[in-house]
Design a protein around this ligand. Structure first.
Ligand code: UD1
Ligand code: UDP
Length: 387
């Protein structure tokens, strides 16, 4: 078999981090078999949401950068589709690899499937069953345009079966005869790989932020339902400030620019109060190695992020989820994550419960063996041997 040419498409922060697991496994184990071409749509463009990950995680610079930037969903996705289509026509890859559920994922799925390039979807099958979320539409459409679908969890695999995907399909696989896998999660691979490096390279973050290990709460908020709804954002932040002051414990908040923008525009006086509160530290987004250290050393995580929910589990920390529902249902069933929506009473209740019970919680391995990227790449190679 000659080398296969794989196009990796990224755009948003978590995708750059996820793609690093695949790039690393290609250079380590598959460099003779696979040529990787990296496309960055430019959905995220601030240094701390993009460039920092290329430098820190040692990912090679994108071969193509579309520089799409921020826009409404339709405009942004359309610009990405146009740019990706041009690249696909020029490069004629063997397959296109997509991650997660962002507009960059959807654009890649539409551009590639319409040109009949096989789509490989990593993080397939996750569902919130809430189609108000842009990510839910992106996921469903991307899954149904894919040839190989790698589900990270049992529930994601079952969701695919419930939508008509059949595990018994036989090769040759294609968009009408797709293959679904229960593969594990490449973010578990990444966390295992980078945790040690983080201690070596970034341990000064505690001094830099004047934090004591095991004596702070980590908070991230970026989901559109929270940032764009002023009442929800206010209820969440007023409640967190109240808890921080009552318990006299520091809350560290590396906030997405979207959240800070909304605070500055819609809730200026609350933003000022938060910045003046001795127990609240609003900081710019941190690098992945720094984030890993914050997750590993905090007492508890409070978040609306998908990735951060899982990483709290990797580091055995309870997680309060500022959403109505989650795709990572196993964490809620396990009792180590609690869904609280943006409800002040539920946030306080969950904080109280986890403060008392954190020593008795258990964190089973839901997310594979840390070698998911290798598994995915070996299955991609088989696609071309058998077809
Ligand atoms: C996107 C994904 C979301 C993912 C998140 C990861 C979609 C629909 N959403 O959400 O699923 O969880 O990335 O972080 O794809 N902005 C900046 N600088 C940037 C990028 C964005 O300031 O570098 C601001 C802009 O005001 C922009 C807003 O953030 O309008 C939203 O950015 P966008 O990429 O549309 O969505 P995210 O909220 O980042
Ligand atoms: N992350 C990071 N720095 C931050 C916040 C998050 O490196 O300041 C990482 C986090 O560790 C996780 C990923 O970004 O791996 C999650 O991305 P995000 O929360 O933006 O999106 P989601 O996972 O919800 O799509």
């Amino acid at each position: 078999m000659s080398q296969i040419r794989l196009i990796n498409i990224v755009g948003a922060r978590p995708q750059i981090i996820k793609a690093s697991a695949i790039s690393r496994a290609i250079s380590k184990y598959f460099s003779k078999d696979i040529i990787e071409i990296l496309v960055h749509t430019g959905q995220h463009y601030d240094r701390e949401l993009s460039e920092v990950f290329f430098e820190e995680l040692e990912i090679h610079k994108p071969d193509y950068h579309l520089g799409v930037g921020s826009a409404t969903h339709g405009h942004q996705t359309a610009m990405m589709i146009t740019g990706i289509e041009d690249i696909l026509i020029k490069e004629k890859p063997d397959c296109v690899v997509l991650y997660g559920d962002t507009n960059s994922t959807l654009a890649g799925a539409l551009a590639a499937s319409k040109l009949h390039f096989p789509v490989i979807h990593i993080e397939a099958g996750l569902r919130s069953f809430n189609k108000i979320m842009p990510e839910e539409l992106n996921r469903i459409m991307s899954d149904h345009a894919s040839t190989l679908l790698f589900a990270p969890t049992n529930s994601a695999f079952k969701n695919l079966m419930n939508e008509g995907f059949r595990p018994e399909n036989c090769p040759p696989y294609n968009i009408d005869n797709p293959k679904i896998y229960l593969a594990g999660d490449i973010m578990y691979d990444n966390t295992l790989f980078f945790a040690e490096l983080a201690e070596k390279k970034k341990a000064n973050i505690f001094e830099h932020l004047s934090l004591e290990r095991d004596n702070f709460i980590l908070v991230t908020i970026h989901r559109d339902t929270n940032t764009d709804n002023v009442d929800r954002l206010k209820e969440i932040l007023v409640t967190l400030k109240k808890i921080a002051e009552q318990k006299a414990i520091t809350f560290v908040m590396p906030l997405h620019p979207r959240t800070v923008n909304s605070l500055k525009i819609n809730l200026e006086s609350l933003y000022n109060e938060l910045n003046e509160c001795r127990y609240i530290k609003i900081i710019p987004p941190v690098s992945f190695l720094e984030m890993i250290l914050l997750e590993k050393n905090c007492r508890m995580v409070i978040t609306d992020s998908g990735g951060v929910q899982k990483e709290s589990h990797f580091f055995k920390k309870p997680c309060i989820v500022l959403r109505k529902e989650t795709e990572w249902v196993e964490l809620v069933k396990n009792g180590t994550a609690m869904l609280v929506d943006a409800d002040a009473d539920r946030i306080q209740e969950a904080f109280g419960k986890f403060s008392e019970s954190h020593n008795t919680l258990e964190y089973p391995g839901f997310y594979g063996n840390g070698k998911t990227a290798e598994f995915i790449l070996s299955e991609i190679l088989l696609l071309f041997e058998k077809s």
